[in-house]
Design a binder for this molecule. Structure first.
Ligand code: GAL
Length: 396
């Protein structure tokens, strides 16, 4: 009996040592100390440590709430410029209070060295989001995917699935959205023959198409192969229908596309909105009075810019722009961050947290998280800087 106890002890000690060693390795550049003391505040822009005292590594992230627990999924970044590519995968953390996070490990790994794998090590995997499908009882992850060594040209969406919130997730496939489907608000000229010259307008998607997107008809150009999708988010409505919101048409135009009932493909219903506005980093939520709000950024790569916001009575519009919700110093730069998710706080009616990333493209692992209370005043979103705050500061 003693022997069994001793070997069990050694086994656990070994597992815990190797997990720590792995964490130390993953957090290269940071000193991992003893387990963190519980905290009860947010400090935007400061290093935020997990239960092992390792800085949380979940960038471009999103949160799913399931059985009294919040799960935070995000891009696991490593040190140095190579960290801008997918070297590890999607990291997941869990929390019951939003301040203290337990490292649940890598939910979706990108460790294949086979260059034919769509999620080969070194691909670009950004802005992963997870939603739970009550009908199929599966956890479904979507993310922006760029295939290995193709820069940002492919503009695909990856889909992965799991039986458990903390994974492991299994990669299902990647898609270009809405292949051979016209949006609900398609216009006649989109269906006309597309000029062969359009290719010359490729510009990498930084707001430099050099012409009105409708006159270039990027939508028509991509009809057969499916639409482009880069920065993205997911939203589940009260009726269980889920939506994929993504920057399309060379980043010039957002699309809101309804997913199929299993959340693994599209229903075929989608709209395009904010043409020529080059909105990125879209995130959507719905208030108790049935209004849909959207927060997005301008299109300036890793550099911060002024956020945009919009409201609608119906998810498929019409959407009305409301302007930059930020107030005070650095409001033109969204407090040096770019949005990634709006988190509804559970058990508190109409209470939302803005989650943003302060990117650090030279050393991506040291990107910081900017979480701030998001208020709705007279139908407009308002975001103000706070050095430190907690959930009791959320007043509605
Ligand atoms: C940002 C985008 C990020 C990443 C970056 C690459 O605009 O929001 O997710 O794609 O560009 O430059």
């Amino acid at each position: 009996m003693k022997k069994i106890r001793l070997s069990l002890f050694l086994l656990f000690a070994g597992v815990s040592f190797s997990l720590r060693a792995q964490n130390n390795h993953q957090s290269k550049g940071f000193l991992a100390t003893t387990p963190t003391k519980p905290v009860s505040f947010f400090e935007p822009g400061q290093i935020w440590r997990d239960n092992n005292s390792v800085p949380i590594n979940a960038h471009g992230g999103g949160i799913m709430y399931y059985k009294n627990t919040y799960y935070w999924y995000g891009e696991h970044k490593i040190a140095g410029a190579i960290g801008n590519t997918g070297q590890v995968g999607v990291h997941v953390y869990s929390s019951s209070d939003l301040y203290n996070w337990i490292d649940e490990g890598i939910a979706l790994a990108v460790n294949s060295t086979d260059p034919r794998s769509e999620i080969a090590k070194g691909c670009i995997l950004e802005r992963p989001k997870v939603i739970y499908n009550k009908k199929t009882k599966k956890f479904v992850m979507w993310f922006h995917l760029e295939l290995l060594n193709k820069g940002y040209d492919e503009a695909r969406s990856g889909i992965a699935i799991s039986d458990k919130p903390n994974g492991p997730f299994v990669f299902v496939r990647s898609v270009r959205p809405n292949m051979e489907q016209w949006p609900l608000n398609v216009q006649d000229f989109h269906k006309k023959t597309v000029s062969k010259d359009i290719k010359k307008h490729y510009c990498g998607g930084y707001g430099c198409l050099g012409g009105d997107v409708d006159s270039l008809n990027i939508l028509g150009r991509d009809f057969k192969q499916g639409q482009m999708a880069r920065d993205m988010n997911l939203f589940v409505d009260d009726d269980g229908k889920a939506y994929h919101i993504y920057a399309s048409e060379e980043n010039s135009t957002l699309h809101i596309a309804q997913l199929s009932d299993d959340y693994l493909s599209y229903s075929g219903k989608y709209i395009r909105l904010f043409q020529n506005r080059y909105m990125e980093a879209p995130t959507m939520f719905k208030t108790s009075n049935g209004k849909y709000y959207m927060l997005a950024s301008d299109c300036t790569g890793w550099e911060p810019n002024a956020a945009r916001s919009a409201v609608a009575d119906h998810i498929f519009g019409p959407w009305k722009e409301l302007g930059n919700p930020c107030v005070g110093k650095d409001s033109e730069y969204t407090f040096r961050s770019q949005g990634t998710f709006i988190l509804p706080v559970q058990g508190k009616k109409d209470t939302y947290i803005y989650m943003g990333d302060r990117w650090n493209p030279q050393n991506p692992i040291d990107g910081r998280y900017i979480w701030l209370p998001l208020n709705i005043l007279d139908g407009h979103l308002t975001l103000k800087w706070k050095d430190s705050w907690n959930l009791t500061d959320l007043k509605f």
